[in-house]
Design a protein around this ligand. Structure first.
Ligand code: ADP
Length: 151
């Protein structure tokens, strides 16, 4: 017996969770996609956050549901507005990396009050997007922690 409390054991376990173990597939649109395209993609892929990439698949922006709602209010020409005009853009994007701790990604979601983070991998030319971590990711892990206890 280690003499550790249940809470200490739980904390140790949580601090072993890495972003790459839990990340899901990032849903992306190109910079020249229209606001209309982005709204369609958001519905078809059933996600709340889209990531915007350039021709080389490097991350350039983020689109949330409210970004798209804001752009749509009182605007009939949604096919004519490219998403790069309304997106939150680099370098103002909060990101995480494959090898980060999941708990650190979760803290960023809370601190910045956002729903999702892109998971990046650094290459010679820039930052490639390889995944996403969202509030849903964290909620699933929270539930799994309790479910595993009953196996
Ligand atoms: P919603 O707008 O649906 O409430 P969010 O809270 O995720 O969704 O987004 C709030 C704002 O923050 C939006 O303008 C969005 O573009 C921006 N945003 C979302 N995710 C990120 C991120 N990872 N880094 C920086 N800004 C982000």
């Amino acid at each position: 017996y280690t003499g550790k409390t249940g809470m200490e054991l739980l904390t140790e376990k949580i601090k072993q969770f890495k972003v790459y173990e839990y990340q899901s597939v990032p849903i992306v649109v190109k910079e020249n996609a229209s606001v209309y395209d982005a709204i369609s993609t958001m519905f078809l892929e059933d996600v709340g956050t889209l990531f915007v990439v350039d021709q080389n698949s490097f991350l350039t922006g983020v689109l949330s549901r409210k970004d798209l709602l804001r752009a749509s209010i009182g605007n009939q020409e949604l096919n004519a507005i490219p998403v790069h005009i309304i997106m939150t853009r680099m370098p103002n994007i909060t990101v995480c990396y494959r090898n980060d701790l999941l708990i650190d990604a979760a803290k960023k979601l809370i601190d910045k009050q956002i729903d999702g983070l892109p998971v990046l991998k650094e290459s010679e030319k820039g930052f490639e997007i390889v995944g996403r971590i969202t509030k849903t990711t964290i909620t699933k892990v929270f539930v799994e922690l309790v479910m595993d206890e009953h196996l």
